[in-house]
Design a protein around this ligand. Structure first.
Ligand code: ADP
Ligand code: ZN
Ligand code: ZN
Length: 745
């Protein structure tokens, strides 16, 4: 007698930190089939219910007595399938993270919770036949009558009027619509969202460099990674717009990734008017419902152009034609917790699987990308000049050694500000420290205010002075308290804020230049999402001064900005982080690029105590590429990325010892699988306390793995990680693995 085949089971990826799938019987005694792969499923898990995704379907592996029934399949067909599902499997392997957590990261929150794929139709209203005849009988001047007239304007339109259009033409139309609906005089109909098409407007005629770049993207077939290396204001966005228009003309979808701060209403409006299609945005300012709708519209192929921040890299693209990553060097593309993916790198992986061009744009490309371009792996498209009339800004170093400073500003700088304002221009003063002053110091005994929750007895963390000296705040953990009136150690009243932050600069400039607006832009002054836009809108184009942190390095266009003053970059010249020079060079070029975007010539003043520092000298004499060439040579000599591949094992705990104990055990495990002769292949550094050894009361330590060969690194991690989870020391810490870490803190 043949065995009865055992029923096939659902192997479910659940959002749990366990590197395995979980078996369930199909719900309601049903039969599991291959068509279930990629469908969301609700399952019991202990006393809880979880939503997961069916990753495999197969026979029971062993006689698991505690096998349970899944509660319900949530989608009619696979929600995740094809390229996106395959790419997410890749991401799970690459980050060494459980598939269930990766899938949960990729899905918008509403879908992760198990809500149905949302409706993405737009809704329109139209008169019914009865309504068309009855409308003249409605009371004159009443709202229902006005609405009926609106809907009956001209020939009765099959499509009706979109709710958006109605909203623009009549206040409170919904009450009237409900009244008419109740009498059967109007009906609500679903219309495709993409039907609301504005008329595309022409942009400037591309210059020769732009045209060459546009042609290169147009000629690309299949996967084609390209670096669009263009100085600020060279018209990269114009190239994107032409490439997207080509992509749309071929009937394909385009995905555009932008840094969090670059996704301005200005940018969306520019895309909308130029492309003549609805632009679907995806960013953290949207609520869960809106994000899920964008995702669903892309999934259905209705969304043709999707513009979004980091997590938009998980957008489904059934008709993909083009992927663009703007400001590809931007640090916000790296997710810093949970699944630590890099959106630019994952965009390249998806572009390869989708067989479409991937355009990486930047005025200051990351060294990784420059290295790939140099090795011929990426095509390189150059825009060397500013577009239109704009001239490149002139850069001057202001040597402030032994010079008098007022709130950190030299007299030379104050004079330049006065001259720029008098000439009718706007001024940006850049200082990458918010608050009033970085340190509060006792002049009599040397005590300084330290955060009680961060730092250690050996390495203290000063609290930043805020609110003109009245409040202290820790920028690492957010801890706040009032500033003491007297020194807690010696009772002296001689407490002095040391150094300058944006608040103090604002104060001094407002006192000196009282006749123009002085506006401070930093995370303190722009808590809400749209606050930056509104603040800059009120600033207008009249003479005035902006003081701010790197929030001002990009985003909103300021055509009347003629002078950029950079203060206090010297800390960045001497940081221990091997990426600090790259970050500083990028920041300086990006901030300088804000000057003179229009017809007016721009000037950049760079104030420093180290005018001869090689970074500044090279950057000013040779520009970003000269700097990048030198820096790549240094990285190669030191064996740092992009010439080595890193993975960082982090551990943290409320107590000082467990993180180090776990990492010591982890090191032994890794050495055990790598073998003692693997030394040149895998280099281990640590365990050691993190550069920020304690934050918000949590002790932190790390172990750095470095390898010349990426595959070797991953093979060792694959072999060692299961043993790490099983270590007894692992139970006393929170630990995580960061592949290709960007910040080693
Ligand atoms: P980027 O993205 O490189 O910073 P943009 O595409 O935003 O540059 O262009 C900078 C400015 O130059 C914009 O105001 C844009 O309208 C203008 N511009 C771009 N290309 C041209 C061109 N070919 N002719 C005239 N103006 C242009
Ligand atoms: Zn004191
Ligand atoms: Zn703190």
């Amino acid at each position: 007698m043949p065995d009865t085949p055992s029923p096939r089971l659902l192997r479910v990826a659940l959002p749990l930190p366990l590197p395995r799938l979980f078996d369930y019987r199909a719900p309601h005694g049903g039969e599991a089939g291959d068509g279930d792969i990629g469908r969301r499923v609700r399952v019991p898990f202990g006393p809880r219910e979880l939503v997961g995704v069916v990753a495999q379907v197969g026979p029971a592996q062993d006689d698991a007595p505690d096998l349970r029934d899944a509660l319900a399949l949530l989608d009619d067909g696979p929600l995740l399938h094809g390229e996106l599902l395959a790419s997410l499997h890749w991401l799970s392997r690459y980050t060494h993270a459980p598939l269930g957590e990766v899938l949960a990261t990729a899905l918008p929150a509403a879908l992760r919770r198990g809500e149905p794929l949302p409706d993405t139709h737009a809704w329109a209203w139209r008169l019914t036949e009865a309504g068309a005849t009855a409308r003249s009988g409605l009371r004159r001047g009443s709202r229902p009558r006005r609405l009926a007239e609106l809907l009956g304007e001209g020939a009765r339109d099959e499509r009706g009027l979109d709710e958006g259009v109605l909203g623009a033409r009549m206040d409170d139309w919904r009450t009237a619509a409900r009244a008419l609906l109740a009498r059967g005089l109007v009906e609500r109909v679903a219309v495709p969202a993409s039907a609301q098409v504005p008329v595309p407007q022409a942009g400037p005629v591309p210059n020769a460099e732009q045209q060459a770049a546009i042609d290169a993207v147009r000629a690309a077939r299949g996967f084609a990674p390209m670096l669009l290396d263009g100085v600020t204001g060279s018209g990269k966005t114009e190239v994107y717009l032409h490439a997207i228009a080509d992509c749309l003309a071929r009937g394909r979808q385009a995905l555009v990734l932008v840094p969090e701060i670059g996704l301005t209403p200005q940018l969306l409006q520019r895309f909308r008017t130029r492309l003549g299609v609805p632009i679907h945005a995806s960013h953290s300012g949207l609520n869960d419902g809106e994000r899920a709708r964008t995702w669903a519209a892309a999934w259905r192929g209705e969304a043709r152009v999707i513009v979004g921040t980091r997590s938009a890299v998980f957008t489904p693209l059934p008709d993909a034609g083009l992927v663009i990553v703007d400001e590809e060097h931007d640090a916000s593309y790296k997710q810093q917790d949970g699944i630590r993916y890099h959106a630019r790198d994952f965009a390249l992986v998806r572009g390869k699987a989708l067989e479409v061009p991937v355009l990486l744009g930047s005025a200051t490309p990351s060294l990784e990308t420059l290295h790939n371009a140099g090795a011929g792996r990426y095509a390189c498209l150059r825009l060397g000049r500013r577009a239109g009339e704009a001239m490149p800004p002139s850069v001057r170093v202001v040597d402030v050694r032994k010079r008098a400073l007022e709130a950190g500003l030299s007299l030379q700088m104050l004079d330049a500000i006065r001259a720029a304002l008098a000439a009718g221009g706007q001024v940006l003063v850049f200082r990458n420290r918010r608050g009033y002053a970085p340190v509060l110091l006792c002049h009599d005994c040397g005590w300084s205010a330290q955060c009680p929750r961060c730092g250690t007895p050996e390495v203290g963390r000063p609290m930043t002075v805020h609110a003109h000296g009245k409040r202290l705040q820790c920028h690492h953990c957010g801890h706040r308290k009032p500033a003491p009136l007297a020194c807690p150690d010696c009772a002296s009243l001689a407490l002095q804020p040391q150094g300058v932050g944006t608040e103090r600069i604002e104060e001094v400039l407002a006192a000196k230049f009282g006749d123009v607006p002085v506006l401070r832009i930093d995370r303190g002054s722009t808590q809400r999402k749209d606050a930056l836009e509104r603040l800059l809108a009120t600033f207008g184009t009249q003479p005035g001064i902006l003081v701010g942190t790197q929030m001002l390095a990009k985003g909103h266009d300021l055509p009347n900005l003629t002078l950029v003053c950079v203060v206090g970059v010297d800390e960045g010249l001497f940081s221990a982080d091997f990426r600090s020079h790259e970050k500083l060079a990028q920041l300086l070029i990006q901030v300088a690029g804000r000057a003179g975007r229009a017809q007016r010539a721009g000037e950049v003043l760079l104030q420093t105590h180290h005018p001869d520092h090689p970074l500044l000298a090279t950057l000013i004499a040779g520009g970003y590429h000269a700097f990048a060439g030198d820096e790549l040579a240094l990285r190669e000599a030191a064996g740092f990325p992009p010439f080595a591949h890193l993975a960082l094992l982090r551990a943290e705990s409320r107590h000082a010892e467990p993180p180090l104990a776990f990492l010591r055990a982890a090191r032994q495990q890794i050495e055990a699988v790598a073998g003692p002769h693997d030394a040149p292949a895998i280099e281990l550094n640590g365990p050691m306390p993190a550069p920020m050894p304690r934050r918000a009361g949590v002790h932190r330590a790390q172990l750095l793995l470095s390898a010349g060969d990426r595959r070797r690194l991953h093979a060792v991690l694959d072999a060692a990680l299961p043993a790490l989870s099983a270590l007894p020391e692992a139970r006393r810490v929170r630990w995580s693995l960061d592949v290709d870490p960007v910040d080693l803190y």
